[in-house]
Design a protein around this ligand. Structure first.
Ligand code: PLP
Length: 495
């Protein structure tokens, strides 16, 4: 560190504003032009490029002490940062579960950043925008009027927030005494396909991962209700105190949907909190064809879902909803002298956001959601979700028809697990082969699926939350898998 920071030439006149507003305007226009070009032609680029040595070196420079021209920094950005993107903006990215974003949302982000509100309290438009977006999210999930919600960084935080509400609702003393005051240990239940963020939430809640019971699944990877009941009965007999069931609507591995109706009944009968991790799957609630399965979402005590996955919004934004708003508020609200609500002036306005979650300072992530819902309308977004589901089914059918390819799980939503299987290799060899195929797919830049392991079998995993994907893109994936697979097998058998 340089401890001899020189005084400014004219003390008291420095600012971070541009010295030449005209120049920054031109640069800003250039950036918009470049980004429009970039996204418009993204499909012609490789899905993924390994960050160059030069880029990695560039990104290890020391702390800058002196100013640089922003135009030079932007040139460096275009050379060393932009080409090495995540790939999720590309039509052939189907790894993990990642949404695509859009040019319009990038512009919304710019508007939000320029306004730069702290969306925590006050009589300011950003508060009303977020409250409106939360109302719209409640409507999407068919939640009652008195439900509450909050935009958060993603489903991990949404799940943790909901589980804090579930824990605090369980016993009014928990906020004060923590878990120390409880004689019986609290336990929660979720299928063994549940996302790791639920185990992490159990740690963050002070319950520990031992408190999370991993319930078995059936052949479609949905929660086995018989085993759930056994687990609960065993825990009750042993003096534990079950308090919550976490249901999956769209597991991360295969998109499986747990039997919601039965879980609603069990929770009602046992006085347990029903939380739904619907990170991507909950948005299928927008489709009439899923109403029979998903209308039970409306009875869950809380729901967590992402808007940066299957609503195609840019990172990061997720939503937590709690069916009874009062319970939500009771879990988090605080009175602090410096945060109290006033009758008039800026400190009036909507109820403070920190009554609904652990964060105080918050960004204006609501704006991009608000703009996208208004621009497209929820019906179009629903059609895109349906399109992705139909693409997944198409891919599954093509895999089932194609010799050398093997479908590894049923396809209830937008996730397809499969592998290349020439028919004469054992499980271990198939696992190595498919892992090699995956790496070559990535390195060739043709497509980025991800991977998972189902019953010891390494699978290629395609999760389509991408509004740019076409059927032709899926055909290119299959072609590439077959070609790479054949080459690998030929190479192996030749050596
Ligand atoms: C992605 C995902 C999460 C975690 O969500 P983030 O937005 O990455 O925090 C949790 N559960 C499921 C089922 C997911 O797919």
């Amino acid at each position: 560190m340089n401890n001899n920071i020189p005084y400014p030439p004219n003390p008291g006149t420095e600012t971070l504003d541009p010295s030449d507003w005209g120049k920054i305007r031109l640069l800003g226009h250039q950036m918009v032009d470049d980004m429009v070009q970039f996204l418009q032609t993204i499909g012609e680029q490789p899905v993924w490029r390994k960050p160059s040595d030069a880029a990695r070196e560039y990104l290890q420079e020391d702390l800058p002490q002196l100013p640089q021209d922003i135009a030079d920094i932007y040139a460096d950005f275009k050379e060393h940062i932009l080409p090495y993107h995540n790939g999720n903006i590309h039509p052939r990215f189907w790894g993990w579960v990642k949404g695509t974003g859009s040019m319009q949302s990038a512009l919304a982000e710019m508007l939000a950043a320029a306004m730069n509100p702290n969306v925590s309290l006050g009589d300011q438009a950003a508060m009303y925008v977020e409250k409106q977006v939360v109302e719209w999210c409640k409507q999407m999930m068919h939640y009652p009027q008195n439900a509450s919600g909050l935009l958060v960084s993603g489903a991990s935080m949404a799940n943790a927030t909901a589980l804090i509400v579930a824990r605090n609702a369980f016993d009014e003393n928990i906020r004060k005494e923590g878990l120390h005051g409880r004689k019986a240990k609290l336990t929660l239940y979720a299928s063994n396909q549940t996302h790791s963020c639920i185990a992490r939430a159990a740690e963050m809640l002070g319950l520990g991962t031992d408190a999370l019971r991993h319930v078995r699944v059936d052949s479609h990877y949905t929660l086995d209700v018989g085993h759930l009941k056994e687990c609960i009965a065993r825990d009750e007999a042993a003096g534990y105190r079950p308090f919550c069931i976490v249901a999956n609507v769209g597991t991360v591995n295969t998109g499986a949907i747990d039997p919601l109706e039965t879980l609603v009944d069990i929770c009602k009968e046992k006085g347990l909190w029903l939380h739904v991790d619907g990170a991507f799957g909950a948005l299928a609630r927008l489709l009439p064809e899923y109403e029979g399965t998903l209308r039970w979402l409306g009875y869950a005590n809380s729901i967590a879902f992402d808007l940066h996955k299957w609503m195609y919004l840019p990172y990061n934004v997720g939503c937590v909803l709690v069916r009874e708003g009062d319970t939500h508020r009771n879990a988090f609200s605080y009175n602090a002298d410096y945060l109290t609500h006033h009758e008039r002036g800026f400190a009036a306005g909507p109820e403070g956001m920190s009554n609904y979650g652990p964060e105080l300072s918050r960004d204006f992530k609501a704006l991009k959601v608000w703009m996208a819902l208004k621009e497209h309308g929820v019906e179009k977004l629903a059609r895109l979700i349906r399109q992705n589901i139909e693409q997944a089914r198409y891919l599954a059918r093509r895999i089932a028809q194609t010799p050398g390819l093997e479908l590894m799980a049923s396809v209830p939503l937008n996730i397809v697990c499969f592998r290349y299987n020439p028919g004469f290799l054992n499980t271990h060899e198939l696992n190595l082969l498919n892992r090699e195929i995956l790496m070559q797919l990535h390195e060739s830049g043709v497509a980025v699926p991800s991977y998972t392991v189902l019953q010891q079998a390494y699978c290629l995993r395609v999760a389509i939350a991408n509004h740019r994907t076409t059927t032709a893109d899926l055909e290119r994936l299959l072609e590439a898998v077959l070609k790479i697979g054949k080459q690998c097998v030929k190479f192996e058998t030749a050596t």
